[in-house]
Design a protein around this ligand. Sequence first.
Ligand code: FMN
Length: 364
Amino acid sequence: MSWVYRKLIRPVLFTNDAEVIHGRTIHKLAWLSRHERLCRAANIFLGAPELPVELFGLRFPNPVGLAAGMDKNAEAVPAWAALGFGFSELGGVTWHAQPGNPRPRIFRAIPEQAIVNRMGFNNEGAEELAGKLTKWRSLKLWPQHPVGINLGKSKITTLGEAAEDYRRSFCVLRDLADFFVVNVSSPNTPNLLQLQDKSALDEILAALQANNQPGKPILVKVAPDLTFEALDEILELVGPRNIAGLVATNTTIARPPTADPRVARAYSETGGLSGRPLRARSTEVIRHLHRQTKGRLPIIGVGGVFNAEDAWEKITAGAALVQVYTGMVYEGPGLAKTIVQGLRARLSSQGFGRLSQAVGCQAN
Ligand SMILES: Cc1cc2nc3c(=O)[nH]c(=O)nc-3n(C[C@H](O)[C@H](O)[C@H](O)COP(=O)(O)O)c2cc1C
């Protein structure tokens, strides 16, 4: 599948604007999602073997998840399980519906297998998302894997009002998903990154936990550009605010040097960089977080995962689960299956019975 995608399908897709292709793909997956039998058929070809993980009181059929941003408006919720993912993170969603930044706002750096994006949380708003999730549930098409929601801040909301903006979204969505991710690390909403400051983040988490009677796991997604000291400050909130885990990492505002003019053009765009060039830094952040927490805090590793080796690197550095976004764009819809198969092979060759035994085994 991945050879066919890379050699035949991807070159055609890449002749078009990235967001147009993304829209068409989601449209097709939304159609697939409404047809249970087709989902089952897709799963026969693309479904991943079992590699179960127990975390946050949830059972993940395998550790490879869909990263936030791919399905911002929950248009294809059943499709992600059909494509073999062990969990999915929908959104980012904000309290207010908003159009995001002007287009174009996604740029491919093909020779580096990277993407620069400045979407700016384009989404239909939390109430609309709640309606979509309710619909998938009532149609009995809800996937057999944990579903998370990525919460962002509306652009029109000031930093001072941020906690209330997150709280409102959380309250309407609270009963509709299995876990929540507080996203304070997108570079594409003005000043959002400042909410990673300990006191600002503390206020947001306090507002959510005060309304979290069901005890849903609440995670925090961090930027790869934070210093280790800044990450350590966030870790100080884990106990007091009952943070269930961290998602490491979001896209980076850094740009590696490049001599390739096509890459330089994409890199010159404002926005967050994802894909291959992010891999090493995101793994470094995971390793640091794992060491600092002595492996006690679950970490979802994301950034430049394109194959089983990349996923293994993140898991052995300390990630209990991994996610992919840009890898799917470059490797195609068979990616989750390929990664899970590769992880299973690595586990048995190393003599591990469960994935949890590999988590952080090379963190030091
Ligand atoms: C087009 C695009 C949109 C994204 N939107 C979001 C988002 O809404 N919320 C979020 O937390 N991360 C978002 N991300 C970041 C991804 O979830 C992920 O953290 C990042 O891309 C690194 O993983 P990757 O290298 O596998 O793409 C987005 C990424 C891309 C490329």
